[in-house]
Design a protein. Structure first.
Length: 437
């Protein structure tokens, strides 16, 4: 090499190194904590009566009996005598944290509100149209208000799947850790799933459930046809008219072709049966959400083996006889019949996660879980349905759902057993950081 060129080569190498360092600079190193003398409930293994849990840089570094774990010199010690450590709870479906106002299904506000066929997405007036919004990303609608986040944290929920809340093809959800008020640092998986609601449109097609089923089926068929057309064009574009871009179908293709998860919101038992047929026809990677009438035939659901996301919103569906035959029967259903849904599924060996879908206030969720426990659900089953099982269903079991070395340090400390009525959540760590609420 010509010696006179060396300074220029060295400058270029240094510049590239600087750019590389800028592009791949790791996130700021997080704090180190030592939670000492807590009762540790890993969920994936036996509890430790007096344990120490070390959190370093957002992850669980080690946990074990207090006399077996050395405290690092750089750790902030959290004395947890009399407290119990659990993995952060997971709500595998909610419509809270969105920019749009959320109206719980069946509420007077929801009945009076215009739906997507009546207005264009975003609120601008428009003509009636099929409610196809598969391309809508919940991440772009996230508005993580502190009051809403705190309501979740106060009951020990550190992770939520947030889904859009309008139309039949509602859009695509995002899985987030509740670690602050900025959307980007919260994201665990985006998009997480496509959401489809078994509902009807108002002011346009489809105005009946038969029409809804036809619309859903045709959308999946069209997406498959669209994918075929795109693939054919990609192989031989010369002399072939290119397929017209369709944002709606483009969004659905990965869920039809690549079998990414599709979450169907099933508002009653008939919806569950209808969806099972669609899932079987298109061989979808499906989950059934809401599912508060799954108890009607648990054997069918057990045989189907489709994951269930069971809500702790115990209101009967609007068309149920428990609603149409008087206030007394409705109250009985909400107090006795629907809270027993999870317990009846567990007795039949049906696996499920619990969610907060439909609750307008997250702070009521633990009280609802307590209602399910009073109706026969075991505490162990309830805990797994809010930790390990939703983590498995959402594809993040390697990161969340239990207290294990290497997993994300979402940890809650409670004074009392998590589902006791008088229990308080004392401290919450999200992504390894102690948060205030």
């Amino acid at each position: 090499m010509n010696p006179q060129h060396r300074p220029f080569v060295l400058s270029a190498v240094l510049a590239l190194a600087a750019l590389s360092a800028l592009a791949f600079t790791p996130a700021e190193i997080g704090p180190t904590y030592a939670i000492r003398n807590a009762k540790v409930v890993p969920v994936a293994g036996p509890f430790i009566e007096k344990g120490t849990l070390i959190i370093r840089d957002g992850l669980i570094e080690v946990l074990g009996p207090v006399d077996k774990v050395a405290i690092p010199e750089d750790a902030e010690i959290i004395e947890a005598e009399g407290l119990t450590a659990y993995p952060g709870l997971i709500s595998a479906h909610t419509n809270l944290l969105l920019e749009e106002p959320v109206r719980p299904p069946g509420s007077a506000a929801a009945a009076a509100a215009p739906t997507l066929p009546d207005i264009a997405f975003g609120g601008a007036a428009g003509p009636a149209q099929p409610p196809g919004n598969a391309e809508v990303l919940a991440f772009k609608l996230l508005k993580p208000k502190k009051a809403t986040i705190d309501a979740f944290l106060k009951i020990g929920v550190t992770t939520v799947l947030v889904a859009p809340n309008a139309g039949i093809f509602q859009g695509q959800s995002v899985l987030v850790n509740l670690n602050g008020e900025k959307a980007e640092p919260m994201v665990l998986k985006n998009p997480a799933a496509l959401h489809v609601n078994m509902t009807t449109a108002r002011g346009g097609y489809p105005s009946s459930l038969m029409g809804t089923i036809a619309y859903i089926r045709q959308s999946f068929l069209d997406a498959d046809y669209y994918a075929n057309a795109l693939a054919l064009y990609a192989k031989n574009p010369k002399g072939m008219k290119r397929p017209e871009f369709d944002a709606f179908l483009e969004a659905i293709v990965p869920y039809v072709r690549d079998k990414k998860p599709v979450i169907f919101q099933c508002n009653n038992w008939e919806d569950l049966k209808r969806v099972l047929k669609i899932v079987d026809e298109f061989k979808l990677n499906a989950l059934l959400s809401q599912a508060n009438e799954a108890w009607r035939d648990a054997a069918v659901l057990k045989k189907a083996g489709v994951p269930l996301l069971v809500t702790v919103d115990f209101r009967p569906p609007n068309q149920s006889r428990y609603v149409t035959q008087g206030e007394e029967l409705r109250r009985k259903a909400e107090a006795e019949i629907y809270p027993a849904n999870a317990a009846n599924l567990a007795k039949e060996g049906v696996k499920f996660a619990l969610t907060t879908l439909g609750l307008g206030d997250a702070s009521t969720a633990l009280k609802a879980v307590q209602g399910a426990i009073k109706a026969g659900l075991s505490r162990d089953e309830a805990l797994k349905a809010l930790t390990l099982i939703p983590a498995q269903y959402l594809g993040v079991a390697a990161q969340l759902g239990s207290l294990e070395p290497g997993k994300i340090a979402n940890v809650i400390l409670t004074k009392g057993e998590i589902f006791d009525e008088k229990t308080q959540v004392e401290k919450v760590f999200v992504d390894g950081v102690l948060v205030k609420f």
